[in-house]
Design a protein around this ligand. Structure first.
Ligand code: ARG
Length: 261
């Protein structure tokens, strides 16, 4: 899949930093083949998740708006380059719905994914009649078991994107623990804007960026807690997956969404 240059550079840099004293991914465990270590979603599950043509995920958060990662898109402004595939878990299913981007609003402070502010909203050329995903109302759901998903690689070393949506349930990891994990790699976690998550052999991976991290609210409905952002490798025990913390950006994301609706 095609990731943007920033994330390629990051992966390359971090890989270089680690090359000397690297630990093998999933040392001691057999790599599981699926997100990494996940399951294949059934048709109709997660009806608001979408695939973006540059090789990212996203979620329909309004009938005409997709929320994704800032590093998946270009700068704020008119943009007709993104094709959105929606309404399916199997990207080749006949009932796939497609739409085209018309405009992008990227977080004003966005620099690169590891620096925080990794979110963007994309306006579509038409309204889609599909369920939309709500954002979590507050930070109370920022810890615990969460579900992550995408069509990205099922192994760190795989260069293949998946045709079918994969998902996995993973526990969040406290910011301080996560920040400490990344210190040896010289990556400073922006703790107040990130949620870390993952468990042994289970993580998102390249191509899952922009996709939603969700949990069920009290009403039983899914709500978006995070956005797949970055990680060092995939499913390495020492390096959790890092997600944009929706509760931190809720107000500004909702305002941007409203402005595009
Ligand atoms: N930046 C990646 C992408 O563009 C997402 C990586 C997530 N990595 C992880 N280990 N959780 O697809």
């Amino acid at each position: 899949m095609v990731r943007n240059v920033a994330s390629l550079v990051l992966v390359a840099t971090v890989a270089a930093v680690l090359a000397a004293g690297d630990v093998p991914a999933r040392a001691g465990g057999r790599p599981k083949l699926e997100v990494v270590g996940g399951n294949v979603a059934k048709a109709g599950e997660f009806p608001w998740v979408v695939r973006l043509s540059m090789g990212c995920g996203g979620a329909l958060t309004a009938p005409r708006v997709v929320l994704t990662a800032g590093h998946c898109v270009g700068p704020t402004g008119p943009n007709d380059r993104i094709t959105v595939t929606a309404g399916v878990t199997d990207l080749k299913a006949k009932n796939a719905v497609t739409a085209r981007s018309v405009e992008v609003v990227r977080a004003a402070e966005f620099q690169t994914e590891t620096r925080g502010d990794d979110w963007a909203v994309v306006k579509l050329d038409r309204v889609l009649s599909l369920p939309t995903l709500a954002l979590v109302p507050d930070a109370s759901g920022d810890q615990g078991q969460v579900t992550v998903m995408g069509w990205g690689q099922t192994r760190e070393g795989s260069l293949r994107q998946e045709r079918r949506l994969h998902y996995a349930t993973v526990p969040t990891i406290p910011d301080a623990v996560c920040a400490r994990s990344y210190l040896p790699a010289k990556v400073v976690l922006v703790q107040e804007e990130s949620i870390c998550a993952g468990r042994h052999g289970v993580d998102t991976c390249q191509g899952d960026s922009g996709g939603p991290m969700v949990r069920r609210g009290r009403d039983g409905r899914w709500a978006q807690v995070g956005i797949v952002s970055w990680g060092l490798g995939c499913a390495r025990d020492a390096y959790p997956g890092v997600y944009t913390q929706i509760s931190r950006f809720r107000t500004v994301i909702l305002a941007a969404t409203r402005a595009l609706s």
